[in-house]
Design a protein around this ligand. Structure first.
Ligand code: KG4
Ligand code: ZN
Length: 342
C-alpha cells in the first residue's frame, strides 16, 4: 500500500510517501523557522498561510522523487491533531480534497503517535513492547507501548514541556527561536562542573515532570550574573550547559524508573528534543548499565515530518481504518490515551 503522508500541525510542512512493501520512498519538508524567528515563536495565522503555499508543491516533489503519478497512490494520511487548528485544517482539507478527487481512502493521524512510531522507519526498529519518552515542544510524556494504539500513560509534565523549557531558556540567553538546537550549541562550549541546577521532581517517587522550577532557577542565575556584570560568553555557555544537564538528567532518571516500573528493556525516545545529543548520551549510558536498548529516529525525523505520519497512517489504513469521506478531522487537543488498537 502506497500512502502519502501530510504533516501541517505546527511550523513544518512535511510530506512523504511510505510503501508498506518497500518502505519509505520519498520525503520532503519545508520549515517555517526563519519566518517565525522574527517574532520569537510560532505565529499561528502565518503558519496556516504558509502551509497553504507550500503543501501542493511539496506533494508534487514527493511524487516526482518517488517516480509516481498521483494515480499510483493507494491512500492518504494526514495529521488530525493535536496542533494549531488553522494549520491542521490546511493538511486535513488538502488530504480530503485529494482523496475525493482520486477516490482514495483517507485517515487523520495523531501527531504524537507519529512521533512515537518514527523509530520504526530506521534499519533497526524496536519491537513491542517498549517504554516511549515523547519530548516535543508541546508534550513531555512517558508511555508504555504494548502495540499500535495500545498506550498507557505513565507520567507527563505538570507544566512546561521539555522543548518549551529549552525554548524559554533560549530566550533568557538571547538565543534565536527555536531554542533547543541553539541552547545545545551554546552548551557544548560550557563547563558542566560550574553549577548543578535542580533536577525537578526526582527526589520523590513518580513519573511526572515539572520544568517551571528549573526555568526560574535558570533566570535567577542569569540575573545574578548580570548584576555582578559577569555574564560573559563563557558564563552564558556554562548556564546553557547546566540547564541542558539538568533536563537530560531529569529525563534519564524518570526513564530509568519507568523501565523499572514496567520491567521492560526497550526505550524509545522521539519528538524534537530527542535530537539532543547530550540526552541521547545520558539515555544510552543509563540503558547500557541495565542491559536495555535505546532507539530513536534519525535526526530529521526527530522533529516534525511527513514520514512519521505516512508510516503511522499506513499501519491503521492497512487494518481498514479510514475517515468518512467529506468529514475531515482537525482536533487541537487530543489525548494520546484515547487512541485504540486499529
Ligand atoms: O516535535 P517537534 O518538532 O514539534 C512539536 O511537536 O512540538 O519539537 C520541537 C521542539 C522545540 O521546542 C525545539 O526547541 C526542540 O524540539 N528541539 C530541541 C533540539 N532540537 C529541537 N531541544 C533540545 N535539543 C535539540 N537539539
Ligand atoms: Zn511534533
Amino acid at each position: 500500500m502506497r500512502v502519502l503522508g501530510i504533516e501541517t500541525s505546527c511550523d513544518e510542512t512535511g510530506v512523504a510517501l511510505f510503501d508498506t512493501e518497500h518502505g519509505l520512498r520519498a520525503d520532503a519538508l519545508h520549515s517555517q523557522v526563519a519566518m517565525h524567528a522574527e517574532y520569537g515563536g510560532v505565529v499561528p495565522e502565518l503558519a496556516s498561510r504558509d502551509h497553504t503555499r507550500r503543501l501542493l508543491p511539496l506533494i508534487s516533489k514527493v511524487l516526482d522523487d518517488a517516480g509516481l503519478d498521483r494515480r499510483g497512490l493507494d491512500a492518504i494520511a494526514y495529521t488530525a491533531g493535536p496542533g494549531l487548528v488553522g494549520a491542521l485544517m490546511v493538511g486535513a482539507s488538502t488530504a480530503h480534497g485529494m482523496a475525493r478527487a482520486l477516490d482514495l481512502p483517507v485517515l487523520g493521524v495523531h501527531h504524537m503517535e507519529g512521533h512515537l512510531l518514527a523509530p520504526m522507519l530506521e534499519p533497526r526498529p524496536p519491537a513491542f513492547p517498549f517504554v516511549a519518552l515523547l519530548v516535543s515542544g508541546g508534550h513531555t510524556q512517558l508511555v508504555e507501548v504494548s502495540g499500535i494504539g495500545q498506550y498507557r500513560l505513565l507520567g507527563e509534565s505538570v507544566d512546561d514541556a521539555a522543548g518549551e523549557a529549552f525554548d524559554k531558556a533560549a530566550k533568557m540567553l538571547d538565543l534565536d527561536y527555536p531554542g533547543g538546537p541553539a541552547v545545545a550549541r551554546l552548551a557544548s562550549q560550557g563547563d558542566a562542573r560550574r553549577w548543578r541546577f535542580p533536577r525537578p521532581m526526582t527526589d520523590r517517587p513518580g513519573l511526572d515532570f515539572s520544568f517551571s522550577g528549573l526555568k526560574t532557577h535558570t533566570l535567577t542565575t542569569i540575573r545574578q550574573l548580570e548584576q555582578q556584570q559577569t555574564l560573559d560568553e563563557q558564563a552564558r555557555a556554562d548556564v546553557a550547559r547546566a540547564f541542558e544537564e539538568a533536563v537530560a538528567d531529569t529525563l534519564a532518571i524518570k526513564c530509568r524508573r519507568a523501565l523499572d516500573a514496567t520491567g521492560l528493556t526497550r526505550l524509545v525516545i522521539a519528538g524534537g528534543v530527542s535530537a539532543n545529543q547530550r540526552l541521547r548520551e545520558r539515555l544510552e549510558g543509563e540503558t547500557a548499565k541495565r542491559g536495555a536498548d535505546v532507539y530513536y529516529p534519525r535526526g530529521r525525523f526527530c522533529t516534525d515530518n511527513g514520514a512519521m505520519i505516512a508510516y503511522a497512517g499506513a499501519q491503521r489504513l492497512l487494518a481498514g481504518e479510514r475517515d468518512v469521506i467529506g468529514r475531515m478531522q482537525a482536533t487541537p487537543r487530543w489525548p494520546l490515551e484515547q487512541l485504540q488498537r486499529p
